[in-house]
Design a protein around this ligand. Sequence first.
Ligand SMILES: [Zn+2]
Length: 278
Amino acid sequence: MSAAENLGELLHRNCPNCETDNSSRPALDYSWQDWKLRKCGACGFVYLENPPDYADFKVVFAWEKNHGDRKVRMRKEYPLAYGISRAWRKFYRWAVRKPDKLIKRINKWVPPGLVIDVGCGNADRLLSLPEHYETSGIEISKALAEEAQELLATRGGSITNLPAVEGLASYEAGTASGVLMRSFLEHEQKPVELLSHAARVLKPDGVAIIKVPNFSSINRRVMGSRWCGFRFPGHVNYFTPASLRSMVEDAGLSAVGFGFFDRFPLSDNMWMVVRKGG
Ligand SMILES: [Zn+2]
């Protein structure tokens, strides 16, 4: 079945980094089925040119059904197995005490106050935040947003059921201590717009924490098309350390935490902590 039949109308994107139309350039060999990856002729950024239209409700629904949060389904269909597996993971985390990479960065960088999780899913990340944070999240899926709101009721906090850019646009300027974009920016069709809103909503001492797959990783070079970072059509932006840095700067942010081990070439992912201003 073609992508168009499966997920409705496909969009056309220019380079999300510099707006160049690259449709006349050959698609990269990494492209798959109907999905076309382009490398921008002007700035070198790699992106999916023809993603599905997530503004279309039917697409979001289809997406959830086919690729949605496994946990939601597990919890509904196999509550006992879900409970046991959740308890086991909790125990394992306690026993191994490997610090969670996100929590570690939050504790180090995010001052007390409002934290906005972009693409919060069922609020599992928000629920794990220390008590001195006020939690809130943005989630495009209606089902997940409802579940998140329910789960968050115990500690307070609000969920906005909107696409990320519109969701973040609804927050007041200069109000957030932290904006979390963990494994999110690679999915966002308008990454510069989203980052600009992050810059707008942050307080002067607030930070955004970004985690994305690293297209420059050694694993991608070795594995080629089989690299785990290629997801069609979910991943629409393929960042390198240089392009991520240039994009956050274009949005009015600057990297304050982006050391060698945050963009370690042997890891498939990279982490960046950014603050408002140049
Ligand atoms: Zn470009």
